[in-house]
Design a binder for this molecule. Sequence first.
Ligand SMILES: [Zn+2]
Ligand SMILES: [Zn+2]
Length: 160
Amino acid sequence: MPQRAGRASFCGMSKPDRLMVDVTAACACGAVEMTLRGRVLSMLVCSCLDCQRATGTGHSTVALVPAEAITLTGATANFARPADSGAIFTRHFCPACGTPLYGQSSRAPSLRMIPAGFFAGQNQWFDPTQLIFARSQQAWDLVADHLPRHQAYREQHEAS
Ligand SMILES: [Zn+2]
Ligand SMILES: [Zn+2]
């Protein structure tokens, strides 16, 4: 297995999934700017059908952060739909260029799901710890073998 770049800069942290970040980036057209500053609660890969459609690829790669950790400038648009959990999941994006900005669930209104790729070029800190919705992952979509796989949502009260 190849060495994983980016780990070295966080050595000494016993929980790499609780790292602090401070990054700012803009969408593809520049109309929306987002700063993520604060504690990353969790990082994951999701292969649910909705993420496949929303990303145009086999999975989404997202960081779960407190709502107050992100600051946005510029007008945004959003699309809400029911998720498998019964919650309403809303995806926010740039209305001009379509760049995904963040997602939020009605079940967890204080959290935001940030696509790691938004911070392209400055997302070496991203280090997912699990794959969710493995049941719809496709054979052609490679996800690191070492990641714990959950068939759907991660179970509650899990140790990690
Ligand atoms: Zn844009
Ligand atoms: Zn998903």
